[in-house]
Write a protein that binds this ligand. Structure first.
Ligand code: UD1
Ligand code: CA
Length: 464
């Protein structure tokens, strides 16, 4: 915003996103390709969105981009470019939107590594006319070359003279232009070039023909201007983004045993120091409390992890809350608005769905808790299962404070176990259990003397 005032006048942001992205070999438009769970376009809008009003030029599978924008960026306008005749043509199609502003920042939609400093550096450097970002690349292949001279211009790779191919300064695809001369320059654009397209870069010469400056602004962090053209490029950019988020949280005190193996989504928040073991992934709107420890290969999405929570390896947790000091894993699956209260424990091979595990309560081994509500200090024996589904609907199980559920109990819902009650191991509980009672629901054991000897004698085959 400070930079905007310095440059003076209103600024519109125009993102070019109508191209097909042929090399991506995908049904989806290039700007919708996923990067750390968001479409590529998300990152461009995030970097530029705070600068001013924004419009996106859509074309190829444009309805897909448009519906994403209306869902996630309702303030962003769309401009249609029905036929994709080049970047210059894309800007022509947006003329009536552009004409409302004093300046327009035009940016290619396929550069997701851009940061908020990028538009600001351009706004600060702008001296009227046209300013555009350039970078020095060891391998300039594919980019437009910046040919500096009395009249600076950009020559596309396919139009380069042999002596221009070696130029290492390239056009990044970000331009700040005064609107009145831009609209004038667009009138003169032609398609006489190797690709038969209207090139936006040709306006750079046109500005100079009008006696206005056209200023290349060199960016010394070319990584942030990397364009994505194919799946390999998408993976490369994804890895750089991953490194950025991990580095940001390391700087905030989070320790990573193997930073290269961890994936952290853009909206994840660590509230202080924490320990992250190899192979962890955290996505969505997740928060991780102070001193939490995230065991290896755990995958978390939309979770709230409290302070001092300890996850062993291979925990899968979605849309759930683990409060301070609770523990989980290894190998557990907690999902659908489940809550593990303070000091609760969800252990080995346990699935918890839409359930509340009360304060200090434990589900240590091989259990399924679905639509269950457990009070405080409950102990669930190994192999216990809530039979919550009768083939038609889901039913609740309610377990009071201090209940001790014997191993391998089937809790046929709807059912309630009163506070401090117990169940015998192997019971099938179909009726409510009163407070403090012991419920046993299984066939009484009968021992038949001599039976074992009788049956094994005839059948024993020592040659087996
Ligand atoms: C463009 C620049 C090149 C620069 C490079 C940086 C031109 C002529 N060339 O080349 O100098 O080095 O970016 O990455 O501008 N698009 C439309 N409508 C179209 C064509 C493209 O909206 O008709 C959009 C695409 O969706 C994409 C952006 O414009 O987001 C750039 O198009 P692309 O075809 O990738 O341009 P480059 O050939 O890379
Ligand atoms: Ca490109």
């Amino acid at each position: 915003m400070v930079a905007m005032e310095k440059a003076g006048g209103s600024v519109g942001i125009l993102v070019l996103a109508a191209g097909k992205g042929t090399r991506m070999k995908s049904e989806s438009p290039k700007v919708m390709q996923p990067l750390l769970e968001n479409p590529m376009l998300h990152y461009v809008l995030k970097a530029f969105g705070s600068v001013g009003e924004t419009a996106v030029v859509v074309g190829h599978r444009g309805e897909m981009v448009q519906s994403y924008l209306s869902r996630s960026w309702p303030d962003v306008k769309t401009v249609w470019q029905r036929e994709q005749l080049g970047t210059g043509h894309a800007v022509m199609e947006a003329q009536s939107w552009i004409s409302r502003f004093d300046k327009v920042l035009v940016v290619n939609g396929d550069m997701p590594l851009m940061t908020e400093e990028i538009p600001n550096s351009l706004l600060e450097a702008h001296e009227g006319g046209c300013s555009f970002l350039t970078m020095e690349l060891d391998d300039p292949e594919g980019y437009g070359r910046v040919v500096r001279g009395a009249k600076t211009c950009i020559v596309e790779q396919k139009d380069c003279l042999p002596e221009q191919r070696g130029i290492k300064e390239v056009n990044a695809g970000v331009y700040l232009m005064d609107v009145v001369p831009l609209l004038d320059s667009l009138k003169g654009l032609g398609r006489k070039n190797a690709q038969g397209e209207y090139y936006l870069v040709d306006v750079i010469e046109a500005f100079q023909d009008l006696g206005l400056p056209a200023k290349p602004v060199v960016v010394d962090d070319p990584d942030s201007l990397l364009g994505v053209n194919d799946p390999a490029g998408l993976a490369q950019v994804g890895a750089i983004l991953r490194d950025r988020y991990v580095a940001k949280w390391m700087a905030a005190g989070v320790k990573f045993v193997d930073p290269k193996s961890v994936w952290i989504g853009p909206d994840v928040v660590f509230q202080g120091e924490a320990m992250v073991y190899p192979g962890v992934q955290i996505w969505g709107n997740s928060t991780v409390g102070v001193n939490a420890s995230l065991g290896g290969f755990s995958v978390l999405r939309d979770v709230s992890i409290g302070e001092n929570v300890e996850l062993q390896g291979y925990c899968f947790i979605e849309n759930s809350t683990l409060r301070a000091g609770s523990k989980a894993g290894p190998f557990c699956y907690i999902r659908q608005e489940s809550v593990v209260e303070e000091k609760g424990f969800v252990g080995k091979f346990v699935e918890v769905k839409k359930s509340l595990i009360g304060k200090g309560s434990k589900v240590p081994h091989l259990s399924y808790m679905g639509d269950a509500s457990l009070g405080a200090n409950v102990n669930i024996g190994a192999g216990t299962i809530t039979c919550n589904y009768d083939g038609k609907s889901k039913h609740p199980t309610t377990i009071g404070d201090g209940v001790f559920v014997g191993s391998d109990t089937m809790l046929v819902a709807p059912v309630t176990l009163g506070a401090n009650s117990m169940t015998g191991a192997g019971s099938v509980i179909t009726k409510d259990v009163p407070e403090g009672a012991l419920a046993i629901g299984r066939a009484r054991q009968r021992n038949i003397e001599g039976w074992g000897k009788k049956t094994t004698e005839g059948s024993r085959d020592d040659d087996k």
